[in-house]
Design a binder for this molecule. Structure first.
Ligand code: ACO
Length: 403
């Protein structure tokens, strides 16, 4: 809290908290993080138990409704999501308007935002039924849109959803099936990706979720709010870190070059940071990173990749950093993005799709948080204040008089 009366035209006391390191923006019952202990709970359930025993759609239900579904509720939910997987044929035009080399995240920001022009019955956000229909649509259409962004990027025709498949298998098929060739989803890869989706489903008031809440606080269209979240997620300090982490591992290339990069990361005059390391909240091992590392090994083993040079570099880098005084002192541990790139690359996704997959999974978190905000009777439009440090009031001078 600082006294602002010394600043021009301001009186009283203000909290000044750049980056909101210690300001709660809302109450929430959805996700709990204990950053010192490395704990993450969705609606009270530990992330490792959900990742081990649950599936992604069940996690979606949990985040949206607050409880795990019964078998009947789960079947009904899965069916309802399945009914919404198609996108309007007119959406194709949005995709084909882009250059082929457009980043898929740029395409996603535009195409998800464009959904707001297709569903006029999702605009009365005060109606819980309409909110739930909008939520279902978002969760169901994200894999379809993400797969379309991928297909467009690689120059292949779009593949329609096949709704007798489970959510994640359907997504894999839409990405990797090609006409005139039989495609069978590998159940081990599908399960691994489903688990990755669970790990990314929500993470309380991170930058993109706060963006969705702030956009939604004005009563904006839900699809437009999610598009805002996708735009925010794209940054390399947030969801874009998985892409940046893989690029960094590729650049390091071999374990003997690791010490040089560790040195660069420690050098205050060098902007370089170890990507996939450090977290605003976790000052201990990110619990998701542990599960991610295990998943990486499972995927590589399933694909028969015995020696992956990138994995070697990653594991060695982790070991060196965890023993280095700089990283120990600043409590910098691997975060979820450190291993996810290696896994997604092995599955066949290009680097540019990594953050798209993150967005696909985080959509349910954004939607659950958006809905919680709308239901909160204390909800008001988000309107941060500022400390004005500019010029005091002065009189206008014409161009001729300015010299
Ligand atoms: N490599 C080297 N030094 C680092 C790193 C890193 N990855 N992360 C933080 N530091 C240092 C900072 O230089 C700073 O040092 P100082 O105290 O001497 O100034 C100190 O640790 C604290 O860092 P901040 O930037 O103040 O921490 P903040 O909480 O603001 O940032 C962030 C967290 C953005 C995640 C940061 O650790 C980072 O940039 N990491 C790399 C990018 C990354 O992996 N992002 C993914 C986050 S997880 C997610 O979005 C899913």
């Amino acid at each position: 809290v600082i006294d602002i009366s010394k600043l021009y035209g301001q009186t009283g006391m203000f909290t000044y908290d750049p980056g909101f390191t210690s300001t709660a923006s809302c109450e929430s019952k959805i996700t709990y993080i204990d950053g010192d202990k490395g704990v993450l709970l969705y609606r009270g359930y530990p992330i490792d138990q959900l990742a081990e025993h649950g599936d992604f759609l069940e996690t979606c239900y949990l985040l949206l409704y607050g409880e795990l579904p019964t078998a009947a509720q789960k079947a009904d939910f899965d069916y309802r999501v399945t009914r919404h997987t198609m996108v309007h044929d007119q959406m194709n035009r949005f995709f084909t308007g882009f250059r082929r080399d457009a980043h898929p995240m740029a395409i996603m920001v535009a195409c998800v935002g464009a959904l707001s022009a297709f569903y006029h019955d999702s605009t009365d956000i005060s109606d819980p039924h309409q909110r739930m229909v909008a939520s279902m649509r978002m969760i169901a259409k994200m894999p379809t849109l993400a797969a379309m962004a991928y297909k467009y990027h690689v120059g292949q025709p779009f593949v329609y959803p096949q709704n007798d498949l489970d959510y994640t298998s359907n997504f894999l098929r839409m990405c990797f099936a090609v006409p005139a060739e039989e495609y069978k989803v590998n159940p081990v890869l599908s399960r691994a990706l489903d688990r990755i989706f669970i790990l990314h489903a929500d993470h309380e008031q991170n930058a993109s979720t706060s963006t969705v809440r702030l956009a939604g606080s004005s009563g904006a269209n839900p699809f437009a709010c999610i598009a805002a979240g996708i735009a925010c997620l794209w940054g390399p300090a947030h969801g874009g870190a998985n892409e940046a982490a893989l690029k960094m591992l590729e650049e390091i290339g071999t374990p003997d070059r690791i010490p040089m990069y560790i040195q660069k990361a420690k050098d205050k005059n060098d902007p370089f940071r170890l990507m996939g390391f450090g977290h605003r909240v976790y000052k201990n091992y990110d619990p998701r990173a542990r599960i991610m590392q295990k998943t990486t090994h499972e995927v590589l083993s399933e694909l028969g990749i015995k020696d992956d040079p990138l994995l070697d570099v990653a594991m060695e880098l982790e070991q060196i950093a965890l023993k280095d005084d700089y990283f120990v002192e600043k409590k910098l541990y691997p975060n979820i993005d450190f291993y996810s790139g290696i896994t997604l690359k092995a599955m066949g996704f290009p680097t540019s799709m990594f953050t798209v997959l993150f967005a696909l999974a985080r959509t349910v978190g954004w939607i659950a948080q958006w809905s919680e905000m709308i239901e909160d009777p204390s909800q008001r439009i988000g309107r941060p204040r500022q400390l004005y440090t500019g010029s005091p009031e002065r009189d206008y001078v014409t161009v001729a008089q300015r010299g």
